[in-house]
Design a protein around this ligand. Structure first.
Ligand SMILES: [Zn+2]
Length: 591
């Protein structure tokens, strides 16, 4: 159903009652979510020398940077009303922007509506200052130019996509997600800000005029800034770095809540590995002030380093353990039930699930890599929603046990329903031969008449596997020729290690391992940190374990073509930590 039809259906169902619905009831708010509200007190606060943050005026923060000859505004709120309130509050607290120090540039950290749709207000403020000074200084004859608006090269088209192609679906789902139409008393806050408070009549965009590809160093009115592309919460995300004051404006790649690795209002896959890489780029800066575009700033080099590390570890943990489960053949449903953050991350004050959740993230990562099909034949060509509702209703009325109804469905040729019921049956009774046979037969019947060769083969293979007639061997890595293995680069081998980590065995480990590959003269660091393996393409400052081995040999070890013990015995693999340390380390990873 299109969103327009849905609107129509909703309004018809409402009008059929004769009167508009009464207000939705006020419902109690979860205490953890309620506690978040203290972060969103409305006001302008100093975050560091010449850095001012307006928060509590809308979902996002707007940030004012004072330069010797003007101000820079980073993020512009979601509409005119919010932006005007922020501008007035900046003036009241700081006296800025002023005729002497007007807005000299605007930076949009990304395209989301809570950051871009108040932009016009700051442009107008700059133009007014320019007109005033032109009148004073030159009798009003000099040309007046709008300030430059910096954003990533794709931000403009991302804004257009949201405004046009997907607007109906995203609007409806956003309004639900932000509780825009709930009674105010039911809405404690929006998780990362007080409220979205979106008003379509109020949008005023300052379209980007200057784009950033990967990195751009600029000086605005005497203030040096570096803008860095840092894909994460969105693919066009930027962070802003002030090298002199070591201040990091992180955009939406970190805020005081578990990150929205997936947003339920609907989004394309957010590449969480890139998100982690972006956080690592930020960690390397050694920031002394961190100003996110939502929730509160943080000061102190050590506190910021700890925070960025915990945040990136949480994201990597969920990513790696989901991919590990995917390789084992688990479904998204099974992984959601299984994967939780380890306690030190779950209890971290910046990782409470008051915005994103672990469960949604696991599903998004599964879907991002493998798409909608979970791998179980019963879910390949499921019944239509209506057919399933009809059969479910009939089955509940029928009242016979699941097993009986699965067998009956198969006998009557209702093979999709039989597969669905038998799939549940087998999950509940994994040792039941009858459940196996019923599911296998239902899949086989579907496979035999499937028009797609892919569908046919998948279903017939899985039916035979379920019956125990077929066992597909594990990926035949050892059969790959040495010549082929030699032709592969070492980097991807190292980058693939973390998704094989048996996290549950590494929760109490904090170990730095240095890999040196002399034949290609490359160094890697693997920091095993409480259930997460961070891989960096560089030598560590200090290692607990060092391994020197030619990349050529290591790749063969990784392919199972060579035993690490034999490599140590032959002197091909040298280690400062002894054979047991190397084997102990390797045993923390799936083969
Ligand atoms: Zn935002």
């Amino acid at each position: 159903m299109t969103a327009t039809l849905l609107h129509l259906a909703l309004s018809l169902s409402l009008s059929s009652c004769g009167a508009p619905p009464g207000p939705a009831p006020v419902l109690e708010v979860d205490s953890r979510l309620a506690a978040q509200s203290s972060l969103f007190e409305r006001g302008v606060r100093a975050a560091g020398e010449g850095v001012w943050v307006a928060s509590g005026f809308g979902l996002a923060n707007s940030i004012l940077l004072e330069a010797p000859g003007g101000v820079v505004i980073v993020d512009t709120m979601s509409g005119r009303r919010q932006a005007e309130a922020v501008l007035a509050a900046f003036r009241e607290t700081t006296g800025l922007p002023s005729p002497e120090k007007p807005v000299r540039a605007i930076i949009l950290t990304h395209h989301h509506s809570d950051h871009v749709f108040g932009g016009g207000v700051f442009v107008e403020s700059a133009l007014e200052s320019a007109v005033e000074s032109a009148v004073e200084n030159a009798g009003g004859t000099s040309p007046v130019a709008a300030p430059p608006v910096y954003a990533h090269a794709t931000t403009s088209q991302e804004i257009d996509r949201v405004v046009n192609a997907l607007s109906d679906a995203l609007y409806l789902r956003s309004m639900r997600m932000f509780g825009q139409f709930l009674p105010a008393a039911s809405v404690a806050n929006a998780g990362i800000g007080p409220t979205l408070d979106y008003e379509p009549s109020d949008l005023t965009l300052a379209r980007p005029t200057h784009v950033v590809e990967e990195r751009l160093d600029i000086s605005v009115a005497g203030l040096d800034l570096t803008l860095v592309h840092a894909p994460g919460e969105s693919s066009d995300q930027l962070f802003v770095w002030l090298p002199k004051s070591k201040t990091l404006l992180a955009g939406d790649n970190i805020y005081r809540a578990f990150p929205n690795l997936y947003t339920i209002r609907g989004t394309a896959y957010r590449d969480v590995r890139q998100w982690v890489a972006s956080l690592d780029t930020m960690r390397d800066l050694g920031a002394e002030v961190l100003v996110p575009s939502h929730t509160s700033p943080v000061a102190g080099k050590e506190a910021i380093a700890e925070l960025l590390t915990a945040y990136r570890d949480a994201i990597q943990y969920i990513h790696d353990q989901t991919v590990r489960g995917i390789n084992r053949g688990a479904t998204a449903e099974e992984l959601v039930a299984e994967i939780q953050l380890p306690p030190h991350l779950a209890d971290h004050p910046w990782l409470a699930e008051t915005y994103g959740t672990v469960a949604w993230s696991v599903r998004a990562i599964f879907d991002g890599y493998l798409g909608w099909f979970d791998g179980r034949g019963a879910h390949l060509d499921p019944l239509s929603a209506e057919d399933r509702s009809l059969r479910l209703s009939a089955a509940l009325e029928d009242g016979r046990p699941l097993a009986e109804q699965a067998k009956s469905a198969l006998a009557s040729g209702d093979v999709r329903w039989a597969a669905e019921l038998a799939d549940h049956w087998l999950r509940l009774k994994p040792k039941s031969k009858a459940a196996r046979e019923t599911l296998a037969a239902a899949l086989e019947e579907q496979g035999k008449v499937h028009p797609s060769a892919n569908g046919r083969h998948y279903l017939l293979s899985q039916a035979a596997e379920i019956r125990g007639e077929l066992k597909i061997p594990p990926t035949p890595r050892t059969e790959v020729s040495d010549e082929f293995v030699d032709s592969l680069a070492i980097g991807p081998f190292m980058e693939a290690l973390p998704v094989r980590l048996k996290a549950e065995k590494a929760l109490d480990r904090d170990t730095v391992v240095h890999f040196h590959f002399p034949d290609v003269e490359e160094h890697y660091t693997i920091h095993l940190r409480h259930g997460v393996a961070e891989v960096r393409h560089r030598a560590p400052a200090k290692a607990d374990l060092s391994i020197t081995v030619d990349a050529k040999i290591w790749k063969r070890i990784a392919f199972g073509k060579r035993s690490p013990i034999a490599a140590v015995a032959s002197g091909e693999l040298k280690t400062g930590g002894g054979l047991f340390a190397v084997v102990g380390f390797l045993n923390l990873f799936e083969r």
